[in-house]
Design a protein around this ligand. Sequence first.
Ligand SMILES: C[S@@+](CC[C@H](N)C(=O)[O-])C[C@H]1O[C@@H](n2cnc3c(N)ncnc32)[C@H](O)[C@@H]1O
Length: 281
Amino acid sequence: MRTGIIGGRLGYRLLGWLGERTRHKDWCSGANYRDCSKLEALFGPGIWSRLRGKVVIDLGCGIGAEAIEAAQHGAKTVIGIDIRPKVLEAARAAAAAAGVSDRCVFSTHTDERADVILSIDALEHYDDPEQALVMMRRLVADDGLVLIAFGPPWFHPLGGHLFSVFPWAHLIFTEAALIRWRSDFKSDGATRFSEVEGGLNGMTVSRAHRLIEKSVFTIESFEPVPIKRVRRIARWLPREFFTSIVRCALIPAGARQAGREFVGSAAPGRRVITAGSMRNR
Ligand SMILES: C[S@@+](CC[C@H](N)C(=O)[O-])C[C@H]1O[C@@H](n2cnc3c(N)ncnc32)[C@H](O)[C@@H]1O
């Protein structure tokens, strides 16, 4: 992944000075969706009927908020998968507190097949996103549905997550300087972005589309949603730099699914790209 030019002692010292506030931010806290349902904000109110009575896998579930919400809205079973035992513990405790432990389990892996797979803010974190798509196909029923939403993508002003100490800082400073700054307050021993706890793979809008396009899924919809503030003029701005989230709906290639419609809601400035149309852009 491409990183910047300011490195060495200068980069490290500047980051120490500028990054004081960012170092305390928890990127997995779901803070941006405090007053609303993240699933509903991402996929529209139709999401609940999509999940009702279904076996759902949430791949990269974090502390389980969306898995629990899916169970509360009538999903038959929800299996939250994550690579971090610490967040799985927190998710189990939250499910117990919400009274859905009987329908909501959390683990580092599953072999169960699901009707719906959710991947929320996780595609940019998987160490091998291509393999994650292969795994999703193995785990989803032949007539099932995969809903992916991720963001911010890598070229978004805050696409470096923790490393975006100011807009696009992760593209201005070198990876070495950013990692050195981070090692002052994180002790997981990461030496590269890809090694930080929870992973960070530099996913861009185009890379996500390429990966999905050559996967074993058919794209029902692929929607780069522009940053709210620039929504009116988004069509004139470079999409990679001004997309806040990407969301898409995928079905297993070859599966015939009648009457399916995308569960997102259209809003000004949003572009929904359906199968095949992106190649001509
Ligand atoms: C930004 S958090 C998102 C959590 C939750 N989905 C949400 O929207 O709040 C990304 C999660 O993906 C998990 N993750 C990263 N790589 C993974 C993998 N290969 N398999 C499963 N989970 C993974 C991380 O541990 C982290 O908890």
